[in-house]
Design a protein around this ligand. Structure first.
Ligand code: APR
Length: 244
C-alpha cells in the first residue's frame, strides 16, 4: 500500500462515527426519518431531506433548529472511536500531504487530534449568521431569532450545509484530490454529491482509490478496491499498513 504514495485524501462519512453512537442517515437504524412531536405533542416523522433544506428553515425554523439542537446535545455523550484515533495518528505521522475531508458535522475528528481537516458540510458547534455570513463557535441550544453579535440581526442559524447549498472549501478539496496519490473513502453511502464524485476525479488523475465501508455503497463500483467491515477495525489496519 505504501509504495509511491505521498499525497493522501481521506473522505469520511456518518459510518465513521456510527460506532461512537451517532446514528448514520441511510443505513439500518439510521435517521432518514426523524421522529419529533407536533405542537400538540403528537409523534410525527420527518424525512431528513425535508428538514435539512433552506426551504424547511424558512417554513419552520423552530423544527429545523430543534433537529440540530438534539444532535448538538448528543455530542456531549459520545467520544472518538479507534477509527478517528487512527486517522489522527496518521495525520500526525504522515510526512506527505494529507487532507481529511469529513461530511460529518460532529467534532470527533478534532477531539481525536486530527489537524489537517475540512468540515465540508459544516459543524454542529458553529452558528452562522444568515444576514452577514459570520460564523461563531456555538455549544448551546440555538433558538430561532438569536441575534448575531457581529451585525445585530436576529438571523443566527445552524452552520450546516443544507441540501441544495454549496459545501465549504470546495476549491481546497478539489486541489487536494487532484494531487492525490491515494484517495480513501470511509463510512459514506456515496448518495450525496459533490462528495460522492471525488472518487471519479481521483481516478481521473491516476490516484489509487480505496473504499472502507460496512456494506457495499452506491459508489463502490468506482473504487479500485473495497474493504467491507466496521471502521473501528478497518481504519486502524489501513493506518498500520500506511505507516509501515
Ligand atoms: N463502519 C463503516 N461503515 C459504516 C459503519 C461502520 N461501523 N456503520 C455504517 N456504515 C456505513 C453504511 O453502510 C453507509 O454506507 O456508513 C454509510 C453511511 O451512509 P449515510 O448514512 O448515507 O451517511 P453519509 O454518506 O455520511 O451521508 C452523506 O448526507 O444527509 C446528508 O449531509 C448529510 O453528510 C451527510 C450526507
Amino acid at each position: 500500500m505504501k509504495n509511491d504514495i505521498q499525497n493522501i485524501v481521506i473522505l469520511t462519512g456518518a459510518g465513521l462515527s456510527a460506532e461512537s453512537g451517532i446514528p448514520t442517515f441511510r443505513s439500518k437504524n439510521g435517521i432518514s426519518y426523524w421522529e419529533s412531536t407536533d405542537n400538540a405533542g403528537v409523534p410525527f416523522f420527518h424525512r431528513v431531506e425535508d428538514v435539512c433544506t433552506p426551504e424547511a428553515l424558512a417554513r419552520n425554523p423552530a423544527l429545523v433548529h430543534r433537529f440540530y439542537d438534539e444532535r448538538r446535545t448528543t455530542l456531549a455523550t459520545v467520544s472518538p472511536n479507534p477509527a478517528h484515533e487512527a486517522l489522527a495518528a496518521l495525520d500526525a505521522a504522515w510526512p506527505g500531504e494529507l487532507l481529511i475531508v469529513t461530511q460529518n458535522v460532529d467534532d470527533l475528528h478534532e477531539r481525536a487530534g486530527a489537524k489537517r481537516l475540512i468540515h465540508m458540510h459544516g459543524e454542529l458547534q458553529s452558528a452562522l449568521c444568515a444576514a452577514c455570513g459570520k460564523a461563531v463557535p456555538w455549544t448551546q441550544a440555538l433558538p430561532p431569532g438569536t441575534v448575531c453579535m457581529g451585525c445585530g440581526q436576529p438571523r443566527l442559524r445552524p452552520d450546516i450545509v443544507f441540501f441544495g447549498e454549496m459545501p465549504y472549501q470546495m476549491d481546497a478539496i478539489d486541489e487536494a484530490v487532484r494531487h492525490a496519490d491515494l484517495f480513501v473513502s470511509i463510512g459514506t453511502s456515496g448518495a450525496v454529491y459533490p462528495a460522492a464524485g471525488f472518487v471519479q476525479t481521483a481516478r481521473h488523475v491516476g490516484a489509487r482509490t480505496l473504499e472502507l465501508n460496512l456494506d457495499p455503497s452506491a459508489g463502490s463500483i468506482y473504487f479500485e478496491d473495497s474493504r467491507l467491515g466496521p471502521a473501528s477495525q478497518l481504519v486502524p489496519q489501513l493506518v498500520r499498513e500506511l505507516l509501515g
